[in-house]
Design a binder for this molecule. Structure first.
Ligand code: CDP
Length: 238
């Protein structure tokens, strides 16, 4: 089973994907972590982050590995180094959408993402272009959204809990800028897949969103099962 979850920053994708995956026994992949890892490395090496060719080469030259952890979500390694925490820095936040505009880079990462999906028995993959591009034939597609203020509030609370000092107004501006770049880029922009179920999470708790997703998946599964049974009955002339 493949479940695609897309949406803007702070809409709840990672937490929902992790919990839905846990309850359905599926692996999860946070594709944003891959774009963040490239951004972290490019900034560290002083590479021009607007040069797509160099960014694509950077991915080909390094060994990027992801590991799924039930509690922590997607762990990410670059040439054996665990960079999971490092890629969440304010500097990476600020630059990641600029890096993610590059078609050359996206091609490399989408290739890795599809390979991971093929290798797994089932996956919940979340990002910006999963239902519209990476897993175009996913069994279920969801688009999570929430008001800008609510998304910034969630992100601010997360950062505060980690001891990172950020000004709420700056966070609003940064998220709004990231949304705009993600929606306006030419290569697979953030968009709602035509078959996606849209869930506005503004006034829902995490548990409520998870239940909504599971209800949609399970109802569809039961319907599918009933239709299969009816077909067997017809074939057997019963
Ligand atoms: O966690 P947050 O919502 O802040 O973002 P993320 O999922 O970590 O993704 C960081 C950035 O990576 C996004 O703002 C996009 O620019 C880019 N991204 C993308 O272009 N395509 C994806 N499938 C996932 C992330």
């Amino acid at each position: 089973m493949q479940i695609a979850i897309d949406g803007p920053a702070g809409a709840g994708k990672s937490s929902v994907a992790r919990e839905v995956g846990r309850r359905l026994g599926l692996k999860c992949l946070d594709t944003g972590a891959m774009y963040r890892a490239v951004t972290w490395k490019a900034l560290k090496e002083g590479i021009d982050i607007t040069n797509g060719k160099l960014l694509g080469q950077l991915v080909r030259d390094c060994n990027m590995e992801t590991e799924y952890n039930d509690k922590k979500g997607t762990l990410i390694y670059l040439d054996g180094e665990n960079v999971t925490e490092k890629i969440r820095s304010p500097r990476v936040n600020k630059n990641v959408s600029i890096v993610a505009r590059s078609p050359e880079l996206r091609r490399e990462l989408v290739f890795l993402q599809r390979k991971l999906a093929e290798k797994s028995d089932g996956i919940v993959m979340e990002g910006r272009d999963i239902g519209t591009n990476v897993l175009i034939n996913a069994d279920y597609k969801f688009y999570l959204c929430a008001s800008l203020e609510e998304r910034a509030k969630r992100r601010w609370l997360e950062m505060e809990a980690k001891g990172v000092d950020v000004v709420f107004e700056d966070l609003i501006k940064e998220i709004a800028m990231r949304d705009r770049i993600d929606q306006e880029r030419e290569e697979s922009p953030l968009a709602i897949a035509s078959e996606a179920q849209i869930i506005d999470t503004t006034s829902y708790t995490l548990e409520e969103v998870v239940e909504k997703v599971l209800e949609i998946v399970c109802t569809a599964k039961i319907k599918e099962h009933r239709e299969d049974r009816i077909e067997i009955f017809h074939k057997e002339g019963r």
